[in-house]
Design a protein around this ligand. Structure first.
Ligand SMILES: Cc1cc2nc3c(=O)[nH]c(=O)nc-3n(C[C@H](O)[C@H](O)[C@H](O)COP(=O)(O)OP(=O)(O)OC[C@H]3O[C@@H](n4cnc5c(N)ncnc54)[C@H](O)[C@@H]3O)c2cc1C
Length: 381
């Protein structure tokens, strides 16, 4: 067993951190307060190559294996304090680029992947509806065949990137009576008649990642834009969920590391009762727990990415990684606030934001309750 990254992987991680520090942290307090999504940062990240890490060179990517991609994302979380931007980027890669790569026709790949990898277009997938969340396959949006086109009707809720998206992978049922087997996926482009998006939602955290509702009213999509075959929606969704659960939180490992370093520095230098607060066991115990969480979350994530890099199945590991990393991020963010006291509660210290951002991670890509259910099923329960 080898726990070392190669020198190339370490160099990439460090380069991503340096890039993120230099280009992705500007005006964050204001952008976060105003819920502003920065297209400038998005394009800079794409120019650097972050959008194409796991994508083939033929589409503008750098063809990194999953473990290397996760390593680079960790460097991103370490250097970039904008969790919202990181989340939007990861949603774009794992829920749109990846299914297009895995399920798309040559024409679909040629049309979308270079634009998505190059940062020119923004994408995401839309599954959730008012009547379906955890029970994702209870889709009521319909796709009715009309000649060589499909007519989509319905709406999609809580869709990341929707207000800025150029193309959305929409899940809709070709036959409601067939349940999950009737679900297919469609590539719907901004500007298609009948496709519209709400105003961006106000959220607790991840505020620089825009979210909205999508409306489909007699929205006609040519047959060539069905992604995967008839009824392939569930297979496609499960495949991208496996990637998403394994990788979408990789950047949080870097964030947990930065958070830990910030707290260690504070505990060494901040004095109360005439000594550094790190000398009080209730503070040092918190920091120790943060360190243990970071290392265990990292191991779980690396193992999952390694399994997937080897082409092995990792549904249970992906669910465990998603569950554990997201909950570690919430707990360590709470600990960080307590270590900083009232300063940690003030926006300008940029400690409290992580907690608000972390909570989202326990909900998207399936709630913690659903991840536990997946693991329990794998255990035969
Ligand atoms: C920041 C953010 C970004 C998102 N981005 C997207 C996106 O881009 N595209 C998209 O399609 N969706 C997106 N979503 C929606 C997300 O996938 C759903 O919110 C999530 O699947 C949960 O569904 P729900 O909110 O309807 O909760 P519900 O399904 O209503 O769940 C409510 C509670 O019941 C529990 N529960 C329900 N069923 C079970 C069960 N069988 N066993 C145990 N517990 C259960 C849940 O764990 C939860 O605690 C996003 C959500 C968030 C917060």
């Amino acid at each position: 067993m080898d726990f070392d990254f190669s020198s190339d992987q370490v160099e990439l991680r460090e380069a991503v951190t340096a890039f993120a520090r230099a280009e992705l942290n500007g005006n964050l307090l204001e952008e976060e307060r105003d819920g502003h999504f920065s297209r400038t940062k998005w394009e800079a990240a794409a120019r650097f190559g972050l959008h194409g890490l796991p994508m083939p060179e033929a589409f503008g990517g750098t063809d990194r294996d999953l473990l290397t991609t996760v390593c680079a994302m960790e460097g991103l979380g370490y250097g970039c304090r904008d969790n919202g931007l990181i989340f939007s980027l990861n949603a774009h890669v794992w829920s749109a680029e990846m299914p297009i790569l895995k399920f798309g026709t040559p024409e679909q790949k040629d049309r979308y992947l270079p634009r998505l990898v190059g940062g020119e277009w923004i994408a995401v997938h839309a599954m959730t509806e008012e009547g379906s969340g955890s029970d994702a396959f209870n889709v009521q949006t319909t796709a009715t065949r009309r000649g060589d086109r499909f007519v989509l009707n319905g709406s999609k809720l809580f869709i990341t990137n929707a207000p800025v998206a150029d193309v959305v992978v929409v899940f809709a049922s070709e036959d409601l009576s067939s349940g999950p087997d009737g679900i297919s996926a469609f590539l719907v482009e901004k500007g298609t008649p009948g496709f519209s998006v709400s105003r961006p939602f106000e959220k607790m955290g991840l505020r620089t990642s825009p979210m909205g509702q999508i409306f489909l009213e007699d929205c006609e999509v040519p047959e060539e834009l069905r992604l995967g075959g008839e009824g392939a929606g569930v297979a496609l969704f499960n495949s991208s969920m496996d990637y998403e659960r394994a990788c979408i939180l990789a950047a949080n490992i870097g964030t947990l590391e930065r958070q830990l370093e910030t707290c260690v520095e504070r505990a060494r230098t901040w004095e109360r009762f005439g000594k550094a607060i790190g000398k009080f066991q209730s503070v040092s115990n918190k920091i120790t727990d943060m360190k243990v969480r970071l290392e265990t979350a990292r191991l779980l994530l690396y193992k999952t990415a390694w399994l997937k890099s080897q082409g092995k199945r990792a549904s249970m590991e992906s669910a465990m990684a998603k569950l554990y990393v997201s909950e570690c991020f919430v707990q360590s963010s709470l600990d960080a606030i307590e270590i900083f006291g009232a300063y940690g509660y003030m926006a300008e210290y940029e400690i409290e934001r992580d907690l608000r951002d972390a909570v989202g991670g326990t909900i998207y890509s399936g709630t913690s309750g659903i991840q536990r259910m997946i693991v329990a099923r794998h255990l035969g329960l």
